[in-house]
Design a protein around this ligand. Sequence first.
Ligand SMILES: *[C@@H]1O[C@H](CO)[C@@H](O)[C@H](O)[C@H]1NC(C)=O
Length: 322
Amino acid sequence: MFVRIPYRLHIYDLLKTIGIVTLIVYLALPFRFASHYDYIDGAHIEGALLPQVTLNVSLQQTFECSYTDIIANNRFVYSSAYYHETVHHAEEIWPGGEFRPEQCQARYSTAIIVPYRQREEQLRAFLTYMHNYLRQQLIHYRIFLVEQYDQKPFNRAMLLNIGAKVAAEYGFPCLILHDVDLMPLNSGQMYACVETPRHMCPALDHWRFHLPYQGLFGGVVAITTLQFKQINGMSNVYHGWGGEDDDLYVRIMDEGIGICRFAPEYSEYTMLKHKPENPNEHRRALLQAAKLRRFMDGLSSLVYKEVERRMHSLFTHILVET
Ligand SMILES: *[C@@H]1O[C@H](CO)[C@@H](O)[C@H](O)[C@H]1NC(C)=O
């Protein structure tokens, strides 16, 4: 009997310690916030998507593709080697990284714009996976890779502005601004636009599939070309890592447009590992003046030099000096 008392005390101490440690970890971690967010559930995704295609893709086939099953049969596909191995039936993809289904009329045309510099290994993985993944959605799409040629700090937002401008010239009504290190895990995550700009990767493995804060609007974002022009695109003054996506969010909210997301089971993404980028020390100050700047800083003030445009077999390569 007497032996049990210290044993019990020991258990209490242990539980207390575990409790305190858990509390500290919980308070210290940012991803406890906003793990729940408003979303469009699976049953309402198709109705929310905006049917819009480029002119030269419209009315080529009699029968429209059906998207109902693709959305309803949403499943985790990232683990399948099929998507990673090689680009299957590469002959289906046109030079410039463009695809449209042959058997039916696509209902959505999407330009996927990828800002890029020196990430060869990730780029190869991204292109293989994305071409296999996107074709099963039966959409018309084209991948635009905008590469910063100069040695200045990486200007992600400016590269996205350039990509958007080029994609608009090709007639694309919907833009998806896409980091090269992110890959979608769910087959039903439709690469198309809806009524309001859409944050596509709220369930990122890097954040343990939780959304760190409601205003997070980076990584993968879908926005119509019209809306992108309406908000004057993104800011050109963020050099180095961070801030430009929060600035985009400010623009969208200040314009009164609003944002949306799909249900978590459609919005899972994985982040490929890489060295962290150098953060931009001025990002907070820049963000504070985001509203004041937005009309004069963006598509309206975009100055760059296009060094080269090349039709690669898997993407349209736009090489620029910022
Ligand atoms: C549509 O026209 C653009 C520009 O001329 C061309 O690059 C693209 O390949 C065409 N797409 C289709 C699906 O015909």
